[in-house]
Design a protein around this ligand. Sequence first.
Ligand SMILES: [Zn+2]
Length: 144
Amino acid sequence: MTSSPEAEDCPFCTIAHTYPSQSPSDSKTQFNPEAVSPSAHLVLSTPLVLAFLDILPLSPGHLLVTTRAHKEKVSDVSLEESRALGEWLPVLSRVLAKATGVWDWNIVQNNGIISSPIYICLIWSCYRSRSLQTSSNGFAVYQE
Ligand SMILES: [Zn+2]
């Protein structure tokens, strides 16, 4: 498989290339977090979708979900990939809720480099909700 120049610089594509897909039903599946640098704690590695813990979490259990293939925008995702993402997001949300005891999540989708200069690849970010307050200038801000 040929990689685009963007994919060669993408840490998520490095994770995708390092960890082959594994059956989610295989309870013996274990991923070595130190196989890449910085380390990656994989939760899911299917032929189309990957999920792993964020190395800079906004809250405990902050999970990143992406396509295995390098895609920068939702408009780049194939029908097959979008179906797989749609199938896995609720499953992953339930797994994280059970693991953290928190059932209220923000699921944020970064679409393109302008939306988040940190994430090159298309990514869904799942993290715990924080309380929303209104600042003195009228902007909504999250409080810890
Ligand atoms: Zn990528």
